[in-house]
Design a protein around this ligand. Structure first.
Ligand SMILES: [Zn+2]
Ligand SMILES: [Zn+2]
Length: 112
């Protein structure tokens, strides 16, 4: 059960829509969450995690796309909560088992 998916760039709530995905010669519509900012190309769905596409629907590689996988079932987690007063706080949730973890748990070892 996916609830309250946030765009990792804008921290705005994403809504379920259909987007064009083009791989090689084939293109088709898939269900995915899209950002409310019209120019934003960030998408999320449970099978691909966060991804970005070009105008024609081709997936783009992006260094900034977060790929946080769930330690229990390896599904790609989505950002569900940020706190304006805690600049580095991120809460990620798994679409499969609903487990959540903060970025502090993720990178405790690499905290400066
Ligand atoms: Zn966005
Ligand atoms: Zn999980």
């Amino acid at each position: 059960m996916i609830q309250h998916v946030l765009c990792y760039e804008h921290h705005s709530q994403m809504r379920l829509s259909r987007v064009l995905l083009k791989i090689g010669e084939k293109s088709w519509q898939i269900a995915a969450y899209v950002c409310e900012k019209s120019a934003c190309v960030v998408r999320y769905n449970h099978s691909r995690g966060y991804f970005i596409t070009t105008q024609d629907g081709s997936p783009m590689e992006g260094d900034t796309v977060p790929r946080i996988s769930c330690p229990q079932d390896s599904q790609l987690m989505y950002l569900t909560e940020v706190r304006p007063q805690q600049r580095n706080y991120r809460l990620w949730r798994c679409p499969g088992c609903n487990m959540s973890r903060t970025n502090e748990q993720l990178s405790r070892a690499s905290q400066a």
